[in-house]
Design a protein. Sequence first.
Length: 766
Amino acid sequence: MTRSYGARFPRSSVFTALLLTVGCSCSPAKSQPNSSLPTASATATGAVSQASDPKDDLPELPRDPREGILSEAAESLLGKEHVLRKPIDESVSREAFPKYIESLDGAKLLFLQSDVDALARVGEKSMGDELKEGDLVLARKGSALVQERRKLVSKVVADILSKPFDFSVKESLETDPKKREFCKTEKDLEDRWREELKLQALERLEQMQEVLDAKNKPPKDTKKDVDPEEQKKRDAATARALAEIPATPEAREEKVRKDLATRYQARFTRLLAPERLEPADKFINAINAVYDPHTEYMPPAEKADFDIAISGTLEGIGAALGEQDHFVVVSDLIPGGASWQQGRLEAGDLIVAVAQQDKDPVDVTDMPLEKVVGMIRGPKGTVVTLTVKKPDGHMESIAITRDVIHVEATYARGALLKMPAKNGKKRALVGYIYLPGFYGEIGSKPQPGERNATEDVRALLTELQKKGATSIILDLRGDGGGILSHARDIAGLFIKEGPVVQTRDAAGEIEVLSDKDPSVTYSGNVVVMVDRFSASAAEILAGALQDYERAVIVGTSPTHGKGTVQAVVDLDRIRKGVGDPLGVYKITTQEYFRVSGGSTQLKGVTPDVLMPDPSAFIDSGEATLFHPIPWTSIKPAPFAKVDHKWKAADLAAASKARTDANAELSKVSAFSKAMKARRDRTLEPLDKAGFEAERAGDKAALDATDPKLKEQKPLMDVEVIADAKELAAPTDKKLAKRLDAWKDDLAKDPWVDESVNVLEDMAAAH
């Protein structure tokens, strides 16, 4: 998930015309995929020309006219606006080069070591010089070499999959690319691909066997009414899956190979040539990574996704798309969206062609996913016609009028928690607010009907109090951040006037962002829930409420630990008239600090009350990223703590006693240890007997420790609090079902249940 976040941009460079300002992001800069593996990627045609440099015989892609503009932007922003103001010198080039190679072939399934050496001779020491000159030779040669190698590897893959695998041979594959070297010879690379494909075949055969085994098992007694229409679809899907599984092991192995061959042929075709800005994109972001994990250049397609993530809205048909062999497939429909309301487009439909209003359809078979998405998105009120292939094989043309889609999953949601009696005594009602991000429009005043995090939380707090809630849980688990001003403003809903966060820029100037509204929306007891994925603006809010002692922070681990602020430069608005779009540059311009003076950078926010961590096996957090900015501190800002009677140490001790005695939560730690052991074992057996024995052992270990929380009885009754059209007494069965699933998960959440216990301890303190 890539998010970006609000702060003012310094005005010390040629880029003073910045029009989008944001700050704080939880996620690292654009994660570099194992791009040698055929995965979804934007591509475009581009001829390969031979390099003119006599020092090497590497191919080279044509130079995009925008390359120089992007280079100029990167040099100026990194040199003058980045909070570190680190010079772009040879040391930067040396550190950036391995990141660049990783972006081209992170899985080490394309290049030989000789290819890496050849690229190193071109630009290992001179990436910074190429950037300053605006001539990214290494970028064009690297991307051209990737295309050349893909053509070779595609033939190798097709040849391997044309012959049966021998699953009796005892051999193994190291699956962690960081633990393996680049292959020395083409034969070594062929062997690596044979092992990769053999493992994938074993995994698919295992999935087939699971379907066959499930056929002979009695159905589970769910004790719930199942929608007949939904059950009909499930039964049909199961029947199709069974029908596609051949009767004999030999036939199943052959089918698996044919399916893999189709998949790889389609994906290699999609990756036949890079999108025109991809070479510069990968090159510039490798240099960005040396500065910090959150500075990144986002080309136009990614800018569109960024805008959707931060605002929670888009203009289009309201469908989530994915890839399925040669086609783009509808994977889901967004509740309330144009497709949802029209009712003809369905999950599982394959999109064959796209036609704009009053224009002929364009075949999109084998077209990159991002390009198809771009064709389908469009302004509200316009019509797009999709030619789709239905699961039963018939073709259908569906005309859909685009509309503004509100992405429901990005918005705050509230509930009233009704706890069962304890020791024969009725318990107080608890308000619950889930905030997945700090969303809203950037750089403009909210328009009527537009959603933003502050007003949504304010409305929920008001409604929950009307319903009788005497305390509040604010759930920031998994909240990756958002617009910085909303972190300040939401803190202001709980405190009177005062500082919320401090920022320091590259010049060392410190600014204090304060809540200047003396009103308080909610004054009762508050618990803020966090986890290792709570980041950025979520950490600002949690840290401020902890410093003021306005709330007790309850969580499963310290938060992510991102203490930096990003500004977003809209390159298209600065360089008008360039022609093709340029995208945006997200750059770290400031560090932020708690009002107590310490940064959340690397350390995060440590909960007052710690509970078992279900994600302890995942390596996450700022400290695990490449080149994080170091932790520092500044002077505290003057602020007054809120009076209260509870003591955090007493609350923590009482909670620990309860969680230690909780059968479900006690299993969480054991399950995490089993998951970590499985994750750390990266050497996979490739003989059938060894593979099945190891998988059986993994399954037994996980089954023995799995708390199976979804199968537990509800811990509380949940009443959804509606502050938005899509949540208010939904008449749509699909949306109602989603809300029921959310309520069911919430009702069984032991961490929420324990947070209620903490609130009751707070109320009982004297």
